[in-house]
Each structure stands twice: as C-alpha cells, then as structure tokens.
Design a protein around this ligand. Structure first.
Ligand code: CA
Length: 365
C-alpha cells in the first residue's frame, strides 16, 4: 500500500511537470503558418519559376498543411528586383531569385550565384553544402535580416544571343547586352555595355532594340522566351555562368518563429528543389537546342578560343581587384579559390579525363 502511494505520487508529479512541455509540443504541431514567397521570375516560368512552386507543394505536403507558402511571380506583389528588400524588411517571409541580382547591396553575394570561369553545378553544391560556403553566405545576409538556402541550378549556361558574329573582342565593342553579375563587369572591361533587365522584359528589349544582345540561361529557358525570333546567332560556352545557383531567402524572424520540425521541412524541401531543377535542365536542354536548330533555323556558334582566353584573363583580374577592394568579397573569394583549386585538381583526374575518354570513344565508333 505504501509503495503504491509513493508510486502514485511520483507519477502524478511526473505528469504535472510534463504537462506544460507536452502542451508546447502539441501547440507547435497545431499552429499553422501562411507565408508569402516573392520571386524574380514570371509566374510559373518553366524551370526557374517552377522551383518555388514545387517547393511550396512539397512544404505543404510534408507539413500536412501546417505551413503553406503562397508563390507570387515578379510584379505581382513586388517588382523582380524588389525581392531582396521585401524579404529583408519582413513584408514577405520568403524570396526566390539569384544572388548576383543584389551585387549593388552585397557584392560578395555574387559568388553564390556563380562567377565567370567558376564552379559547375556539382562544384558549387559541394562548396555551399559541404565546403563552408553556406556559412559565409549566411554571414553576408545576416545584417539584412535574411537567411539564404540554395534554390536550384541552371547547369552550364550559353553565352547568349546575337545578331552578328563574334570573331574578336572588337565585335563586342559598344554592344549593349543584358548581362548580370561579375560577368557583366568582364563584358564591360572587354568594351561592351552590360545592362541588367529582369527576364520577363528581355524579349521586348531585344525586339525594340533597347539591347543588341542577350544572355539568359540555356536552350530550354531561352526557347520559352522566344529569343530565336529576335536573334540569329546562339553562342556558347557560357563562360560567365558555368553552373549558376539560385537562392531561397528567408526572413530571419519568420524562420525563428517556426518550430524545428517545420524548419527541417523548409531546409529539406529547398534541398530537394535545388537538385530537381538541375535535373530538369539537364533533361530538357538538349531537346530544346535541337528544336532551335532544326525548327527555328538558329545558327549555333562557338566563341573563338582566343576570345574566351581574353574573357578569362579579364575575369581573373576583376575577381582579384574586387577582392582587394572589399574585405567581405575577399573572405568569400579566398574560400572560393581554395575550394576551386581542390575540385579542379581532382576533376582533372576523374571527371574531365572521363568526359574526354567518352568523347573520343564517340568519335571512334
Ligand atoms: Ca544567365
């Protein structure tokens, strides 16, 4: 009887102590969240614009409706280039875009979209997720009250669309071309005139002659925008964007307000979308390129090697100068450079040698 009383007392004490904790857990499972996500892309745009749509679907399914994220295309709530400020100020909880769009506010952020002659998609994923990149990126956005997460990758892009052939840097002189990021600075140093215009306005800008040339993404996305109707030559390779990463941005207060299981769902859904978008590009680009050549009479051209070499040496100069002039750029640049040296030397042994072996076996057969 005595033992029974003691056990009952202990049990009721345990229940009493556990109750507030239990109710906190229950509350975190019951409270629902409705977020808004603004993007730099037209609503439902193939590839780029579908990444946040798929993220939203995944988050809602995984959380069983506890977290709903409503996606707005460029211009629906804020203009394309207003995404950063909207998330930073907390007027919306999330954004989706490319980190190099914010180079005027955070120059070092450009490394997290990609820099000329920089990382491929696999390499930037490795650097950001496993090589210290994400921590540096978080540090850059923290003063703006935001947290970044990788949000997709376009794979290696094309150089772009022109109405004349590019045989030397002289052909670039005075050419007005849509060109974001460090790539735009390289283009400027080479004698061109870079402008940054949101994707949705590019076709009209080409059609009306506001710009002479345009770089956007690659065959899959460029076909969707109809650049084949306003330009004749399609140049490669996209030395300026070898594997551009997209970003999700999250307002830090909104992030902190989420219970940990929803934070985990957000991170995991972003990770899934980051890979899925690259898969989509890899699966769609070749088909779109064949369509452009066969059905739209697009003239495919490779940039001459000496032009690429000139762009490469200007790129190196610009990255070095930017790093020398800005400690924040330098910090990211040093990490980028170190990781680049490591992956490059291994890829020369593994990936590059294999691609060469495979290409040669194609030629032989
Ligand atoms: Ca591009």
């Amino acid at each position: 009887m005595k033992n029974f009383l003691i056990s009952a007392l202990v049990l009721s004490l345990l229940i009493a102590c556990g109750a507030p904790e239990q109710s906190k857990i229950n509350e975190s499972k019951i409270k629902s969240y409705s977020w808004s996500l603004v993007t730099t892309w037209p609503k439902n745009y193939p590839g780029l614009g579908m990444a946040p749509e798929r993220f939203s679907t995944l988050v809602e399914e995984m959380s069983q409706g506890q977290l709903k994220v409503k996606v707005y295309g460029a211009g629906e709530l804020v203009p394309a280039m207003g995404v950063f400020d909207a998330v930073s100020s907390g007027s919306v909880e999330m954004g989706h875009g490319g980190a190099y769009y914010w180079k005027g506010k955070v120059p070092a952020a450009q490394f997290f979209a990609g820099v000329p002659f920089g990382f491929t998609a696999d390499e930037i994923n490795a650097w950001v997720y496993r090589g210290g990149g994400l921590e540096l990126w978080e540090e850059l956005y923290k003063p703006f009250n935001m947290k970044p997460l990788p949000g997709g990758n376009t794979g290696t892009q094309m150089f772009g669309w022109f109405n004349k052939e590019i045989n030397s840097l002289d052909d670039i002189k005075g050419l007005k071309m849509r060109f974001p990021g460090f790539g735009g600075e390289v283009f400027k140093r080479a004698g061109g005139v870079p402008v940054n215009i949101p994707g949705g306005e590019l076709y009209t800008a080409m059609q009306t002659g506001t710009i002479d040339a345009v770089e956007w993404v690659g065959p899959y996305n460029d076909l969707a925008f109809g650049f084949q109707q306003v330009a004749k030559y399609y140049y490669y390779p996209g030395w300026h964007e070898p594997g551009s990463m997209l970003e999700f941005t999250i307002n830090i207060e909104a992030w902190d307000s989420l219970p940990s299981h929803l934070q985990s769902i957000v991170s995991t859904a972003a990770k899934a979308v980051n890979q899925d978008l690259l898969n989509e590009y890899n699966a769609s680009n070749n088909r779109a390129l064949q369509d452009l050549i066969k059905n739209h009479n697009v003239q495919l051209r490779e940039l001459p090697k000496d032009v690429i070499n000139e762009f490469r040496s200007i790129s190196e100069e610009i990255l070095e100068t930017s790093a020398a002039n800005d400690p924040a750029v330098n910090k990211v640049y040093q990490s980028f450079k170190k990781f680049m040296a490591e992956v490059k030397s291994f890829n020369a042994i593994a990936g590059d040698a294999f691609i060469e072996a495979r290409t040669n076996s194609d030629t032989d057969s």
